[in-house]
Design a protein around this ligand. Structure first.
Ligand SMILES: [Zn+2]
Length: 210
């Protein structure tokens, strides 16, 4: 008789221990979920304050926070892509702005909440990049055009400096490279000397070579 009692006592205490370890596991799981939720909340707060900074004109401070958020997440939501693009535009990092704004438009299409603003900023950044290129060409022209005409040697040809002879121009981007046909050498990969000198002077127009 006392053996049976002992058996039941052992059985009961075993069940209690099992129940306790089960609830321990649940507690740990709950703690982990709480921690993750807390992390998400903190990230959301950081993103919200970065967005406020972007809209108030605090672009340097916004940049720092946006970089923190980008580092902490696994995949970039479209909203973040838009604000990184917008902030890059105001920091005059126009190529960066073009990349991120294009990404936003790719993700959300014409129905995106920020579509209109994204397109407007994108155009402005594109114009700014063209101007930068123009200034660079003019600087090159100052060095060569006034006193020198470059001798291209007996062949009279020079490997196209725009595409390095490949006939393809590669623009590096955050989301992969963009390829386009070189607009200066008519897919030949070289320029005749006259065109080469025009290019150096900033006078060679796209698709106008010999
Ligand atoms: Zn070329």
């Amino acid at each position: 008789m006392s053996r049976w009692v002992l058996f039941f006592v052992l059985l009961l205490s075993g069940a209690t221990v099992f129940a306790q370890s089960g609830s321990e596991r649940e507690k740990i799981q709950q703690l982990e979920m709480q921690r993750e939720a807390e992390r998400q909340r903190a990230l959301r707060q950081k993103l919200d304050s970065a967005i406020a900074l972007v809209n108030e004109g605090g672009h340097e401070a916004a940049d720092e926070k946006l970089r923190d958020v980008l580092r902490a997440i696994r995949s970039v939501p479209s909203e973040l892509a838009f604000y990184v693009g917008k902030n890059s535009h105001f920091l005059e990092r126009h190529k960066q702005a073009i990349d991120w704004l294009n990404k936003y438009i790719q993700l959300k299409g014409t129905s995106g909440q920020f579509y209109g603003e994204a397109v407007a900023l994108l155009r402005q950044s594109e114009v700014a990049v063209l101007k930068e290129t123009e200034t660079q060409r003019q600087k090159t022209a100052e060095l060569f055009s006034k006193d020198y005409d470059i001798d291209c040697g007996p062949t009279g040809k020079v490997v196209c400096p725009v595409c390095n002879g490949s006939t393809v121009v590669i623009k590096k981007g955050y989301f992969g490279n963009k390829y386009s046909t070189c607009q200066f050498c008519q897919q030949k990969g070289f320029l005749v000397c006259e065109d080469y000198n025009k290019l150096l002077r900033g006078e060679l127009k796209p698709n106008a070579t010999h």
